[in-house]
Ligand binder design. Structure first.
Ligand code: NAD
Length: 499
């Protein structure tokens, strides 16, 4: 296989010219203000994009609502073909999509490339699911009726996505929504709108009508979610982001009883039992902790290590993290990019300082790196005190916080000491032991001897404060549908011929 060609940053930035002018029919020509999208590794502005005012929410819903019936009435095969073409277009455009993602979000290019392929997988999977109707048929037990359970599109869907996976969060929601027959209003995070704009362009080229997929860029996310959800024609909202904003969305949905899917914050326990394969466990921790610079909802937030292996594990993790190469994500060999913003970095520094101040042992001294960009060198803390902020908050930075435990039962109890329930991880060479511990965790997704858990073909989502609803798999699409029961009168005198 030949190595991918080096990315010409200037050419990629020049190619963004005009991308930020919104063309969604509901806002076209009506947006005057704009805002800057900056490269978190340099602070330089990459592009300016339209800052749509929330007063246009009604107009955007008008367009989506008018397009709803026509999109919903396309045959499943037609919707599937469109998504299949979008899958191919996204893959064909990997170089540009990955470079833009790295520029706006900061992750290393190899990770952006992996996200492009992961994102495309949702388009492929839901192009396959679009033609599958998971209805049921039953005979009424007492006779005289046939019962059909069918699904239809929920209606206009609003998709609100975070900055950390700017492309994958878009396809993970838009693909099942469109497959189900919903028209879509996609509102990406203001920090990373470029990937969503590129995605929409490709999806339109694949055949999604521009009225059926509108992207809105704005710095007024609060105003837009309030405006969109105040409209009773919006029937479905799929949100990924913090639990704090998710709670607001739940309250906003109450007035018009909109159906919700919420992928919220995480506090993943990463449990290493004393018989774990050391290399596998360290590699898993590295992937789970460092991917996206630690800024993932599924990142190992609390690394819980059994006493017999803790010294070796922590030393090896610190060694590996200490070797990572920091830098601009487009530069060759870079393994860790910057954090997304100055405030994210300040938050990480505060967590580190608080934990060390309370007595955590420093196995690898990381922290803010001086200079342009929001760089933060990885840190490893051992014996993190239970009362430190880092033990109870979503870290969202490359800080590995290790706590030790004695028995399996104690490990499980520590792991479950949280209101969140998104991802959990267990490492052990004894599969019975690993599965026993894994079954005892209350998370919605479990990694057993591996640090990567999401897969387009299987349901992903959290429990407790991590939200509800699932993305990917079968439920990823049925979450965008509503159920209908047909109770068909079938009297034996007419439907059962005595022949
Ligand atoms: P965030 O909640 O600040 O923002 C998420 C989205 O909501 C963005 O589009 C933002 O513009 C919008 N938003 C912000 N304030 C709003 C408001 N008052 N009303 C309506 N919309 C508003 O989260 P973030 O900082 O972008 O992302 C990080 C969070 O997302 C973390 O907690 C992370 O765990 C979570 N996350 C969860 C998953 C998952 O699958 N469960 C995946 C990725 C990220």
């Amino acid at each position: 296989m030949t190595a991918p060609a080096a990315i010409d940053r200037a050419a990629v930035v020049a190619g963004l010219e005009g991308l930020g002018r919104l063309t969604a029919p509901g806002v076209r020509g009506r947006v005057e203000a704009d805002f800057a999208v900056d490269d978190p590794a340099t602070g330089e502005t990459l592009a300016r994009v339209d800052d749509a005012p929330a007063e246009l929410a009604e107009s955007v819903v008008d367009v989506a609502a008018r397009a709803q019936v026509a999109w919903e009435h396309r045959t499943p095969r037609e919707r599937a073909d469109v998504l299949r073409r979008a899958h191919e277009l996204v893959l064909a455009d990997e170089d540009r999509l990955a470079a833009v993602m790295t520029l706006e979000m900061g992750k290393p290019l190899a990770e952006s490339r992996a996200e492009v392929r992961f994102s495309a997988e949702y388009l492929r999977w839901f192009s396959e699911e679009a033609v599958r109707d998971y209805g049921t048929y039953r005979e009424a037990p007492n006779g005289g009726a046939k019962l059909l359970l069918t699904r239809r599109a929920a209606g206009v869907a609003v998709l609100i996505t975070p900055w950390n996976f700017p492309l994958a969060m878009g396809t993970r929601k838009a693909a099942p929504a469109l497959a189900a027959g919903c028209t879509v209003i996609l509102k990406p995070a203001a920090l990373t709108p470029l990937s969503a704009l590129l995605l929409a362009d490709l999806m339109h080229r694949a055949g999604v009508p521009e009225e059926a997929l509108q992207v809105v860029t704005t710095t007024d996310s609060r105003g837009w979610s309030a405006g969109l959800m105040a409209d009773p024609r919006v029937r479905k909202v799929s949100f990924t982001g913090s639990t704090r904003v998710g709670s607001t969305i739940i309250r906003q949905s109450a007035e018009h009883v909109q159906k919700l899917s919420l992928e919220l914050g995480g506090d993943a326990p990463f449990v290493v039992l004393d018989d774990a394969d050391l290399d596998r466990a360290v590699e898993g921790a590295l992937v789970s902790k460092i991917r996206n610079g630690g800024q993932a909802c599924v990142a190992a937030n609390r690394i819980l290590v059994q006493e017999g292996i803790a010294d070796e594990f922590t030393a090896e993790l610190a060694r590996r993290l200490g070797e990572l190469r920091l830098g601009h994500g487009l530069d060759e060999g870079v393994q860790l990019g910057p954090l997304i913003s100055g405030s994210a970095r300040e938050g990480a520094c505060a967590l580190l300082e608080d934990a060390v101040g309370r007595g955590a042992e420093v196995a690898l001294a990381g922290g803010a790196v001086n200079g342009a960009g929001h760089f933060f060198a990885p840190a490893v803390l051992d014996d993190v005190p239970a009362d430190s902020d880092i033990a109870t908050n979503e870290i969202f930075a490359p800080i590995a916080a290790v706590r030790r435990f004695a028995s399996d039962a104690e490990g499980v109890a520590l792991a479950n000491e949280t209101r969140f329930g998104l991802a959990g991880y267990v490492f052990s060479q004894d599969i019975d032991r690993a599965m026993g511990v894994a079954h005892s965790l209350r998370t919605g997704v479990l990694g057993v001897n591996k640090g990567l858990v999401a897969d387009a073909t299987s349901e992903f989502g959290g429990n407790g404060y991590s939200g509800y609803g699932r993305e990917g798999g079968v439920e990823g699409m049925t979450d965008f549908q509503v159920l209908r029961q047909f109770n068909i009168d079938a009297p034996a005198s007419k439907w059962q011929l005595d022949v």
